[in-house]
Design a protein around this ligand. Structure first.
Ligand code: ZN
Length: 164
């Protein structure tokens, strides 16, 4: 059990491209456990390894309980890639690394994502709605992008949060 500190904007690790995982070894499994523990103790639905200071391409996501949209429960993905996008919608988004703000961000409504699970098995996921949004947000973290980078106008699309 290791709930860790979540790095906050503008920490430089949040701005760099995370490294591809070459070997799913004990270190990677430890990062995954820390991601799961930290997410469970947070108000968020998903988290990416760079947010814990680990610049590795790993995300975990679990939107069950936060949406009526279809979803896959707990998703753990190593080296995830988006293979296709469909639709477009503006969503109001938040981020555990930007706790004081939310923002209006345009995202695909449906995505197909591929990656590896913690055992190294290939995973193909067709996600939609809130889960699709969460996955796109987390994959952005692996490329050093925050939702702030996708806001068209800081004056009309960024909102101060009263409380998480
Ligand atoms: Zn985030």
């Amino acid at each position: 059990m290791a709930v860790q500190k979540i790095l906050q904007y503008p920490h430089p690790i949040l701005k760099r491209r995370a490294d591809t995982v070459r070997n799913i070894d004990d270190r990677i499994h430890r990062i995954i456990r820390n991601l799961l523990d930290t997410l469970a103790a947070s108000p968020g639905v998903a988290i990416a390894a760079p947010q814990l200071g680990e610049p590795q391409r790993i995300i975990v996501c679990d939107v069950s309980g936060k949406t009526k949209d279809k979803h896959h429960g707990r998703v753990i993905l190593i080296n995830p890639e988006i293979r296709s996008r469909e639709g477009w919608k503006i969503f109001r988004e938040g981020c555990l690394s930007v706790p004081d703000y939310t923002g209006n961000v345009g995202r695909a409504q449906r995505v197909r994502v591929e990656g590896l699970d913690p055992e190294g098995t290939e995973v193909h996921l067709a996600a939609e709605g809130f889960e699709a949004l969460a996955l796109q947000h987390e994959l952005d973290h692996l490329d050093g992008l925050l939702f702030l980078d996708r806001i068209s106008s800081l004056s009309t699309d960024l909102f101060r949060r009263k409380k998480y």
